[in-house]
Design a protein around this ligand. Structure first.
Ligand code: HEM
Length: 398
């Protein structure tokens, strides 16, 4: 297999901008109308998710071990994509992979023109077959140990601010996850999956707390429309970075949260309550005191946990007597950073800003753990990204 030729042809396709994605989905949905219901109703903003991932993965088939682990996990995860037709619901099978493969080859042929040679076609076909096999094997293995997804009932809706809600949901079966991990969440009415982090350590009754701020279409739907009794689907948990907070238990922990990025860090704090005391500082930042939507619950935990130092901070607020400034400024002022294991979770801007400030102040990048679940591992379909597929991924992200 000529990997260099695969990569070169992918760059050529990427240079055509958004058109290949549109063409790919048009071909796929015409050839296999039954798969349309698996994809979001509104494809406008996410057309290149699957195609971008495909290109990225197929042009890395020479990295055998990494690819095998990644594709198996992806295949296991794809079990949550279910379609429905007149005969009922169905999951992915070999024929779905064959349709996607045909749409991919047709797209390459259409956009590469004379560069699309028989040997290139052979290489793309071979690469696709390798990945398909790995994904199907990964799915078959995962079928032995977990369902494709969990159905969860909304038990409680707690509106904390005008745009933040805390939901308590109960899956139909115990959904095992590690504190710090995230779950793909699906709202049947939208047909879209997004990642949310449970805000609690696993409980005996299996209930899960989800913190949601209305920012995009999905989260706004949840905050404005989701009611007690509604159903959500939860996919298998993902994420290894934040969940590895226990890798050096002798070191103090510094947890820095912005907005609803608090959720995975709160789950970790809850888990620490049942473990040998570990010196931990939790800094939760907000613009104003109103942004500290979980302050009463965190203050309650801090009141009984002597190992926990809780520092809420706001950038401005009348009458506020706590810390002020960005969370990262409070971290620098109030904690000793040198030996700390530092976990950061917030908006992409807040996370980037915090890491940059810490590293500029002498923190070693390997001290920092953070994670994103926004498909940034799969570079967008642009020529520059295709040429250097990994350079925008933080060292600590998965
Ligand atoms: C080698 C084959 C494939 C690869 C490498 C691949 C890769 C991916 C990746 C990385 C994502 C984003 C994951 C996420 O949202 O968490 C994705 C999403 C998705 N994939 Fe696949 N996939 C493949 C085959 C298929 C097939 C055969 C189907 C079904 C016909 C399918 C259906 C979907 C759907 C419905 C989504 C969600 C799309 C969205 O929300 O916009 N995939 N795929």
């Amino acid at each position: 297999m000529d990997i260099v030729a695969l990569r070169r042809s992918w760059q050529q396709l990427a240079a055509a901008g958004a058109e290949p994605a549109r063409y790919f989905y048009a071909r796929l949905f015409v050839a296999a109308p039954e798969v349309r219901s698996m994809f979001p109703t509104n494809m406008q903003h996410q057309e290149d998710k699957l195609l971008a991932a495909l290109g990225h993965i197929l042009t890395h088939v020479d990295d055998a071990d990494e690819l095998a682990a990644f594709a198996r996990r992806l295949g296991a995860d794809h079990r949550r994509f279910q379609g429905s037709d007149s005969r009922g619901h169905f999951g992915l099978s070999e024929r779905h992979y064959a349709w996607v493969g045909q749409a991919l080859l047709a797209t390459l042929e259409h956009f590469l023109g004379p560069s699309w040679t028989p040997s290139l076609r052979q290489d793309w076909t071979a690469a696709y077959q390798v990945v398909t096999r790995l994904m199907l094997d990964g799915a078959a293995e995962a079928d032995q140990v977990s369902p494709p997804f969990w159905r969860a009932e909304v038990l409680h809706v707690d509106r904390r601010t005008v745009d933040v809600c805390v939901f308590t949901v109960r899956p139909d079966w115990l959904c095992p996850y590690l504190p710090g991990q995230s779950l793909p969440v699906h709202v049947p009415q939208l047909g879209t999956w997004r990642y949310l982090s449970p805000a609690n350590a696993p409980r005996e009754d299996g209930t899960i707390e989800l913190h949601v701020r209305a920012t995009g279409r999905f989260s706004t739907h949840l905050v404005r429309r989701l009611q007690v009794g509604d159903e959500l689907h939860l996919g298998n948990p993902v994420g290894t970075t934040l969940a590895s907070y226990g890798r050096a238990p002798h070191r103090p922990l510094l947890l820095i949260a912005g907005g609803t990025g608090l959720a995975p860090l709160k789950a970790i704090v809850e888990a620490l309550c049942d473990q040998p005391a570990r010196q931990t500082t939790l800094i939760v930042g907000g613009g104003t005191p109103d942004d500290l939507y979980d302050d009463p619950a965190l203050s309650r935990i801090a009141a009984t946990a002597r190992w926990l130092r809780y520092l809420p901070t706001v950038e401005s607020g009348w009458g506020w007597i706590g810390e002020t400034g960005r969370a990262v400024d409070v971290a620098k002022r109030q904690t000793s950073l040198e030996h700390a294991e530092i976990l950061i979770c917030g908006s992409p801007d807040m996370t980037r800003d915090t890491i940059t400030t810490l590293v500029a102040g002498g923190v070693r990048p390997e001290q920092v753990l953070t994670e994103t679940y926004d498909h940034s591992l799969y570079p967008p379909l642009t020529a520059a990204a295709a040429a250097s597929p990994r350079e925008h991924v933080w060292a600590g992200t998965q």
